[in-house]
Design a protein around this ligand. Structure first.
Ligand SMILES: *Cc1c(COP(=O)(O)O)cnc(C)c1O
Length: 498
């Protein structure tokens, strides 16, 4: 399988190169030249297999310069060595109204990012060896809260790597901040940015594509890569869980090839929902995709009007991991849907950078709407959904998942077909404890996040994840904070390449 840049179709790289580089030097994202298709027999053959085994077989279709043994080793290390608290890795829960929740947060940092970030370091270290570049890899990551911690956990003390994470100083939950500030490991570094997630992401992208920075890295035997969902190595493990969820639904007789199902994804950077779209292209019978947002509703507007416009107020919400106005992975969808029109992508994403806006033709908008619908919910609606789901089912959902449940219910209510509905459940509710506690009628005991955990446990009976409970006793190691403009200097100083 060959990969092209969304901004240069003539550029071809191997899967190992795509993963090792993270982002193309022209600013584009790497995409597969074609999407492998699965037949009914292929899905049948995945029944009864462990998650790790399913993943290894699916990876083999995309990561063609890795051997089967290497892929098995990667999936075993990521999914079968105890870092996930359930042997199935992902779990399927069903609410009384039939809505299914694909729980993707049983990993070490309690959010769905672990599904990909527990395996990315294994891919990346092998990819670097394969590309013959004998350099230390520096992972540079912008985070809206969950990617940062999951990447730190994945790359902690991995030989041949260093990792630096930038997060918006006031844009993450207190539990998310605590998780990052207490990260252990000799090769890790965490820094707050006085700005929002888009500032962090733009700052990181600018560092990646700065020729002077490149030259300094070269001289020092270093190479950047990304753990954000701009890296293909992040997306491909996410495709796996949608395929695997479908196989599990087949096993349980919940749906079949004929009927299919709909998927709702609470969305920020458009990575997780794009993975579902790839699964659909592979042959998973996903009849419709619902893109759920909080009031940072730039994607809702885009899907409904064909205009992407980030020139709007940025809102801090109770679902901070979706407080994003630049959804990077949309670039991949548009590249595929325009028939690999790299010139068009350069124009739109050039305009996005210059003016913050681009507009797609009506014909394309209609094709997008045939596959995707979109809705957004404010904090009050999000909390009301958490409250209602808890009252009806005794089930606790986090703030992001609740945005998805609200969108899924509204979609099902309006559609004539009544398809089985699968909602991506993206985080453990304890990660956003204060908002969740308030939503189920508890009183938020000021700023003590551990008191919140206890209160939530008393009210819900759900066990506190060990990884969060033990943060209390961990030392805070990282309190650095910089302005957006000072990020390049910070990176130079911390890497010792002044
Ligand atoms: C990252 C994240 C999202 C958004 O996922 P994207 O791939 O950026 O669309 C949603 N919910 C949670 C809990 C997250 O951590």
């Amino acid at each position: 399988m060959i990969y092209h840049s969304t901004r240069n179709s003539a550029l071809s790289v191997s899967s190992a190169e795509a993963i090792a580089q993270g982002i193309s030097a022209d600013g584009g994202l790497f995409v597969p030249e074609s999407v492998p298709e699965l037949t009914a027999a292929d899905f049948e053959a995945l029944k009864g297999l462990s998650y790790a085994e399913r993943a290894a077989r699916l990876f083999a279709l995309y990561l063609t310069d890795f051997t089967e043994d290497e892929l098995r080793e990667c999936t075993h290390n990521a999914y079968e060595t105890g870092s996930f608290e359930t042997p199935n890795v992902q779990e399927l829960a069903t609410l009384a109204d039939g809505t299914m929740l694909l729980e993707l947060w049983h990993g070490p940092t309690c959010a769905f990012k672990d599904m990909a970030l527990q395996i990315l370091p294994h891919f990346l270290t092998r990819a670097v060896k394969k590309t013959g570049i004998d350099r230390e890899v520096v992972i540079l990551t912008a985070t809206s809260g969950d990617t940062g911690k999951a990447a730190l956990a994945g790359f902690q003390d991995v030989p041949g790597t260093k990792i630096m994470v930038f997060y918006p100083e006031d844009g993450v939950s207190s539990m998310q901040k605590r998780q990052m500030q207490t990260q252990e490991g000799e090769n890790v570094r965490v820094c707050a940015v006085r700005g929002n997630f888009d500032d962090c992401q733009n700052g990181v992208k600018a560092i990646f594509t700065d020729p002077e920075m490149q030259a300094s890295l070269d001289e020092n035997g270093l190479q950047f890569s990304s753990a954000n969902s701009i890296n293909w190595g992040r997306l491909v493990p996410q495709i796996v869980y949608y395929v695997s969820a479908y196989v599990t639904m087949l096993e349980k007789g919940i749906t079949d090839e004929e009927q299919g199902f709909a998927v709702t994804v609470p969305t920020g950077n458009f990575g997780n929902i794009l993975a579902a779209w790839y699964a659909k292209q592979m042959g998973v019978p996903i009849r419709h995709l619902v893109c759920a947002s909080n009031i940072n509703n730039v994607l809702t507007d885009f899907i409904n009007t064909g205009v992407y416009d980030r020139n709007r107020a940025f809102h801090a919400t109770v679902s901070p991991s979706m407080d994003i106005l630049i959804s990077s992975n949309l670039e991949r969808l548009l590249y595929h849907m325009t028939g690999n029109d790299d010139a068009q992508i350069r124009e739109w994403f050039g305009a996005l950078k210059q003016t913050g806006r681009y507009e797609v033709p009506v014909e394309l908008m209609h094709r997008i709407q045939a596959e995707f619908s979109a809705a957004y919910y404010d904090d009050a609606a999000t909390k009301a959904t958490i409250g209602a789901v808890f009252a009806e089912n005794g089930y606790l959902s986090d703030t992001h998942t609740a945005v998805g449940i609200a969108a899924a219910r509204d979609f099902t209510a309006k559609s004539a077909e009544k398809l089985p509905m699968l909602v991506a459940s993206t985080a453990n509710p304890y990660k956003f404890g204060a908002a969740v506690l308030e939503a189920i009628g508890g009183t938020v005991g000021a700023d003590d996040e551990y008191a919140v955990l206890d209160a939530l446990r008393k009210r819900s009976g759900m066990a506190i994840p060990k990884a969060l409970a033990e943060l209390k006793n961990k030392e805070v190691r990282f309190t650095d904070s910089v302005h957006r403009e000072d990020m390049p200097e910070y990176v130079r100083v911390r890497l010792g390449i002044e």
